[in-house]
Write a protein that binds this ligand. Structure first.
Ligand code: ZN
Length: 500
């Protein structure tokens, strides 16, 4: 290997180790750490973030990238060493704009704020979070100011999560989607409604977790290379190729919260498990964008996990675990888990209204960063949008603007667009896979999900971050990002379900 390439790989492997150690601290904070650890943990995470940032932006790293770039540019797309140099350059070009002191300040602030949020949210206490949120807006603006030639202050934040997407392109995509989605939601609202009361009961938490583990294992989650723990907000984290963890939560009265969270997080985990092992420990070992990552979780959660073939296999097992369902027909159960009902909680939203929740957040964070909305006015602005967009009255702040971890555990802005992009992509990927694998859903009935998993492994996952999101979408589906397959799927499914 070229000695400069070897040195660059060593340096960035060290940076990756620091980042992954930060992820362990983050996982620990969300699952195990006592409240008292918050202050010191924030400092520890800031230290790791500072060291990692310094390694990336250092002159030595820059010189190595500079030297290797002409070679990398001549290599074919599938050359992973060249992809590594390209990605190192992209990451460094971003990070070099941001002073190390700002990175540490942000890291420390977000860690402290996360703990404050876990305490304030159950008490519906917006006032104690208000100054912290104001600080977050200020930090996001300062962060954004580090970048030149950005049309919108949130563009700088978006490029970290969804490279190639801007506020302008996301707004266009959302408005196209909205123009087709809202009439469909209205048609469903005027149809005969589905009774989903069969989903409510008394479901012992340990039994829920056991059932969810069975589902996770069956669809391909490898417990020898992962574990499942409890946290306030479910998430997946990659600590290495051999240690990919998920978290969930269990609500005793409602079995669907835990179940669909687990299928969702397993979808994220299967992406990480499927990444080429040769990339492990490398900056390319991770999902390519939050939109593509979310497409994987939504694909498993909605296309697979809310479908009839999936329940043909799992429903008898569910009935055995929870006698509550013995008198509920499978048809009734499937209708209940697909019920459309505008609500005020994003993570509980049905497939049709989910994107409207995302658009509200996206618009509000844009306005906060544009200076058109003050933090003190956020609760009212939030509630007004819920009234106008979803027709619901938000009962309190914990189920209103305090509900999502995003604004309270990380950079404010630049994350929500990935959810809707993910929903749109999930249809493109699923349709392509089912076209290539005509018997795929027949296998689901027998509890065999391996064909879909390996198609995704081969066509999407194994690339990791070695090609751009746009190239990955084009390569695997022969299409660009398009709302057409998603809207066709939603229209057909909900027309059938509601007899439209
Ligand atoms: Zn997700």
């Amino acid at each position: 290997m070229n000695p400069s390439l070897a040195t660059l790989k060593d340096r960035l492997a060290m940076m990756t180790d620091l980042n992954l150690t930060g992820s362990i601290l983050n996982w620990d904070q969300a699952t195990m750490m006592p409240e008292g650890g918050s202050e010191q943990r924030g400092r520890q995470m800031a230290t790791l973030s500072k060291l990692s940032h310094e390694l990336l932006v250092s002159k030595e790293t820059g010189d190595l990238i500079q030297e290797l770039t002409p070679w990398a540019e001549q290599q074919p797309m599938e050359n992973i060493e060249a992809a590594f140099v390209r990605e190192a350059r992209r990451q460094r070009d971003l990070e070099v704009n941001v002073p190390s002191s700002l990175n540490s300040e942000m890291s420390e602030h977000y860690s402290r704020m996360y703990t404050a949020w876990t305490i304030a949210r159950p008490k519906d206490d917006f006032s104690s979070l208000k100054p912290l949120l104001e600080k977050s807006v200020e930090l996001s603006k300062r962060f954004s100011d580090c970048f030149k030639n950005m049309d919108h202050p949130m563009d700088a934040l978006i490029q970290y999560a969804d490279f190639g997407v801007t506020v302008k392109s996301a707004k266009q995509l959302f408005s196209d989607l909205r123009s087709q989605l809202v009439p469909l939601v209205k048609r469903v609202a005027s149809a005969k409604q589905i009774d989903s009361s069969c989903l409510i009961g008394d479901f012992e938490e340990t039994a829920q977790l056991e059932f969810c583990k069975t589902v996770a294992r069956q669809i391909g989650y490898d417990f020898n290379r992962g574990r499942m723990d409890l946290s306030a907000h479910p998430f997946m984290t990659r600590l290495s190729g051999g240690d990919i963890r998920i978290t969930t939560r269990a609500i005793r009265s409602d079995i669907t919260d835990c179940l669909f969270s687990v299928i969702h997080e397993v979808g994220h985990a299967l992406y990480e498990f499927g990444i080429n092992p040769l990339l492990d420990g490398n900056i390319l070992a991770g999902g390519v964008s939050s939109g593509v990552h979310e497409s994987q979780s939504r694909l498993w959660e909605n296309r697979v996990g809310r479908g009839k073939p999936f329940w043909d296999y799992f429903y008898p097992i569910l009935q055995k675990s929870f006698p509550h369902f013995e008198k509920v027909s499978q048809t009734h159960f499937i209708r209940a888990i697909n019920k459309v009902e505008p609500g005020f909680i994003r993570v509980d939203a049905d497939e049709l209204t989910y994107n409207l929740h995302v658009m509200i957040r996206f618009d509000l964070e844009c306005q906060l960063l544009e200076g058109k909305l003050a933090v003190r006015d956020l609760p009212d602005a939030w509630n007004e949008r819920y009234k106008s967009d979803l027709g619901v009255t938000v009962p309190n702040m914990k189920n209103g603007c305090l509900q999502d971890v995003h604004w309270f555990g990380g950079r404010l802005g630049g994350a929500f667009q990935g959810y809707t992009i993910g929903n749109i992509l999930s249809a493109q990927f699923y349709d392509t896979a089912s076209h290539k694998l005509p018997n795929m859903e027949q296998d689901f009935i027998r509890g065999d999900f391996s064909k879909l998993k390996s198609w995704l492994n081969t066509n999407l996952h194994h690339w990791g971050a070695s090609i751009s999101p746009d190239a990955l979408i084009q390569l695997s589906t022969r299409q660009d990002l398009s709302i057409k397959p998603y809207m066709t799927y939603l229209t057909e499914k909900y027309s059938r379900l509601y007899g439209l």
